[in-house]
Design a protein. Structure first.
Lengths: 97, 638
């Protein structure tokens, strides 16, 4: 349970089109510069991961992930409603992204 | 910090990270001004700069990956001048120009067929990958030993044409940007072009530049140019808007908001066939973004099976070696798909449908899964996501969403099907009716695809450069600039009102009600009145709390103007036309001969003036192309 409950408006959803690992990310802002939509803004503090300011505008093009020079720093995070299914041919079992 | 909750926990929201420079103005002078740095725009800038002219490229996002084709491209279509092609470029252009009942852009098609092979060779010199030099796909059916091109079964299931090449398109956009820089093109990224400047500020006069603002700082720029090329694409989410997945409202990215159409319209340029729209089909938040089974690369050569592995009948419209497919794009509603639907209802097939990758020959599977789907625009991340979740194309079948998603309601429309859609009207120089104004790529009416955009961009750059060499700069009208500044900064001055999402949804609703399945004079006029009401009553309340929201708000204003032009165009077509998915209840006869023409529309003294051209207004394609390009030297020698 959170210690303090804040009064915040509903947040736009989906609000995490990508997940940045703050430990691995070097804050180089390459993803900020390549994003065609300007989903991110750079953080005020140097070296900090960028901020996802306009998450619901993401086109899910993957350019930020593909251009990140630091392996494992950023991952795409598909909205649940957009996650696709597949079937293992040998068993008929279904899986989902 | 990822969302509002994090902001709250930190106790403060961050300050805007970029300096705010609203109303600061800079004036830039250039010979050729290219608006839109997508595929056509980069090529236009490169071609004009190659002629030794000063070139400015204005891109609202980041040129390196902007536009529909920024992330990639897996098919270079309709390249009949390639050395392994089995068809004649002029014949192929004529074939494309005769498709869709002749509602086609013969000029653009002729340019594409004659020049897109030269274009791709230039792209290769810039670092774009177009051949399988390592022989990775040597054993694949489309591999061509002579050229090392890997051909697609598109328009080629029996190897009868060899016109569509599979390419490594993720390499293209960075290569184009590098070439622009090498040639000294000045690139203005994150600057949205907002309006064209006419000589003396008068609608319908020569275009002498444009205005724009930086969507991070808000700074205003006046670009003075001898020639201006519109390359902002004609796509826009006019009928659909999803507030949850705002950028997925259509197949194309949100940055394509019809700004080029809106500014051409306001400047007095002639637009053609804007009345064309159709049911929403591919991708988008309303549907599955993974446009599975759409007849595109995702299922090229992939057999489709039912839930129990039963093979669906052939002829489904997926490009496939050795099999003729239905025309169309895998939409349910006819031919083999109707057979599947009936079979499902009778219990012959069980849903869902899957793409049976494991059943394919490994080399063909690799072509589709490892090559095409890694290179197509925006699909690499999809393929990677599947694989990271454990999908293995050798073992797993990929689910397809046909039938499950159904057809869209007819009110969810978009401008696209394949290619027959409205846009800017041009002549054989890709010049509009306004002096100094050119257009290329998906900005044109009935444009083609990536290679069409590249070839027409390159051509427009060449022609605009030739014009710019002949003319001098003209004065810009300060009055027109001041008017545009007031329009652009209105929302930034307000601190409350309605935001861009509400405005966009309002426009989309009007279009769904008054310009969708049911079209009559009365409904279309009501639509126009409703849009005018939005303009007068609600737009003055639009507010934007930072330059990015201002960008989105200005995009809405483009969408609004675009929608108005669509309604004028729809009123002008007093007939039903199957090729345009256009049904007027008050003119029920389908395709009466006198209606087979291009409708055009333009503003004169702010009044919409309809016009028309015969479908074959381009005349004899080969003769006219050659007459306009006597000095052009390319690979094709005739
Ligand atoms: C997912 C997907 C896959 C595709 N795959 C293929 C394929 O494999 N083969 C193929 O042939 N075609 C493909 N296409 C189509 C192809 O990408 C387009 O035909 C091509 O990009 C059109 O080029 P264009 O220059 O006209 O428009 P775009 O490349 O979209 O460029 C338009 C540019 O204008 C900019 N812009 C817009 N408004 C403004 C403004 N106001 N100010 C400044 N800049 C502005 C945009 O940011 C954008 O960069 C695909 C499209 C999509 C969406
Ligand atoms: S590109 Fe990668 S390392 Fe750089 S800021 Fe973005 S996530 Fe962090
Ligand atoms: S996926 Fe594309 S649109 Fe979304 S944040 Fe990354 S670069 Fe931007």
């Amino acid at each position: 349970m959170p210690e303090t409950v804040y009064a915040v408006p509903n947040i736009p959803t989906p609000n995490r089109p990508v997940i940045i690992d703050a430990i691995i990310c070097t804050g180089c802002n390459d993803c900020v510069e390549v994003c065609p939509i300007d989903v991110f803004i750079p953080a005020a503090e140097r070296g900090e991961p960028p901020i996802l300011l306009h998450p619901e505008e993401c086109w899910y093009c993957g350019c930020c992930v593909n251009h990140c020079p630091t392996g494992g720093a950023i991952k795409i995070n598909w909205p649940i409603q957009q996650r696709g299914y597949w079937q293992r041919a040998s068993t008929g079992q279904n899986f989902r992204v | 910090m990822a969302n509002w909750h994090d902001y709250a926990v930190r106790g403060r929201v961050p300050e805007w990270p970029y300096p705010i420079r609203y109303e600061n103005e800079q004036v830039i002078e250039t010979d050729v001004l290219v608006l839109g740095g997508g595929i056509a725009g980069c090529w236009a800038a490169i071609a004009a700069a190659s002629e030794g002219l000063r070139v400015v490229l204005v891109e609202k996002s980041a040129t390196i990956r902007s536009g529909a084709g920024g992330p990639g491209c897996d098919h270079w279509c309709d390249a009949p001048a390639n050395p392994s092609s089995k068809v004649d470029p002029d014949d192929w252009a004529q074939r494309l120009a005769s498709a869709n009942g002749g509602y086609a852009n013969g000029i653009g098609r002729q340019i594409q067929c004659r020049e897109n092979y030269d274009t791709i060779l230039e792209l290769e010199r810039m670092g774009g990958k177009i051949r399988d030099t390592e022989g990775e796909f040597k054993a694949a059916e489309g591999y061509d030993e002579k050229t090392k091109f890997v051909f697609s079964p598109r328009s080629n299931p029996f190897h009868e044409s060899n016109v569509v090449m599979r390419v490594w398109g993720t390499t293209f956009k960075p290569a184009l940007k590098r070439e622009c820089q090498r040639l000294g093109v000045t690139i203005y990224d994150r600057v949205m072009a907002t309006g064209l400047l006419n000589e003396a500020g008068a609608q319908g006069q020569r275009v002498v530049g444009a205005t724009g603002f930086n969507n991070r700082t808000g700074e205003f720029t006046v670009f003075k140019a001898k020639a201006t090329i519109l390359c902002m694409s004609g796509s826009a989410p006019i009928w659909t808007f999803d507030t949850e997945l705002a950028a997925l409202s259509t197949f194309r990215p949100r940055t394509l908001s019809g700004d080029g159409i809106a500014m051409a319209w306001r400047a007095g340029a002639e637009l053609a066939l804007l009345e064309k729209s159709e049911r929403h089909r591919l991708g988008g938040g309303h549907k599955h973004h993974w446009y599975a089974g759409a007849g595109d690369a995702s299922y090229e050569n992939v057999p489709l099976v039912d839930a129990n592995g039963k093979v669906l009948p052939g002829g489904l419209s997926l490009p496939h070696w050795g099999r003729k497919s239905d025309p169309g794009d895998g939409r349910v509603g006819g031919g083999a798909w109707e057979q599947v639907r009936e079979g499902v209802l009778k219990g012959e097939y069980e849903l869902p449908i899957y793409g049976d990758f494991p059943a394919m020959a490994p080399i063909e599977r690799n072509v589709t899964w490892k090559f095409l789907l890694r290179e197509e625009s925006g699909t690499k991340i999809i393929v990677d996501s599947y694989e990271e979740s454990g999908f293995d194309a050798a073992k797993d079948r990929l689910m397809a969403y046909q039938l499950l998603e159904g057809t869209s309601p007819p009110q969810w429309r978009e401008i696209y099907r394949g290619v027959e859609r409205g846009g800017v009207m041009i002549d054989w120089d890709l010049k509009t009716n306004l002096d100094g104004l050119y257009a290329a790529g998906e900005q044109l009416f009935v444009a083609g695809d990536h290679s069409f955009a590249a070839a027409t961009g390159r051509y427009a750059g060449r022609k605009a450069a030739a014009y710019a060499l002949e003319v001098s700069h003209a004065a810009i009208s300060r009055e027109q600039v001041a008017k545009e500044k007031a329009r652009v900064y209105g929302p930034a001055k307000r601190t409350e009102g309605i935001d861009w999402k509400e405005l966009h949804a309002a426009i989309a609703r009007v279009m769904q009600w008054f310009c969708a399945e049911y079209k009559t004079e009365r409904l279309l006029k009501m639509g126009l009145e409703s849009l005018n009401e939005i303009e007068q009553r609600w737009v003055p309340h639009l507010y934007a709390s930072d330059p990015h929201k201002l960008l989105r708000g200005m995009e809405d204003l483009s969408i609004l103007n675009y929608a108005q032009a669509i309604l004028h165009s729809s009123l002008a077509r007093k007939a039903s036309t199957q090729w345009l998915d256009f049904q007027r209840i008050d003119y029920p006869e389908m395709d009466p001969p006198e209606s087979n023409k291009l409708t055009t529309i333009k503003l004169e003294n702010d009044q919409a003036v309809p016009g028309e051209r015969p479908l074959n207004y381009a005349g004899h394609l080969k003769k006219n192309y050659e007459a306009h390009n006597r000095d052009y030297t390319g690979v094709w020698k005739g």
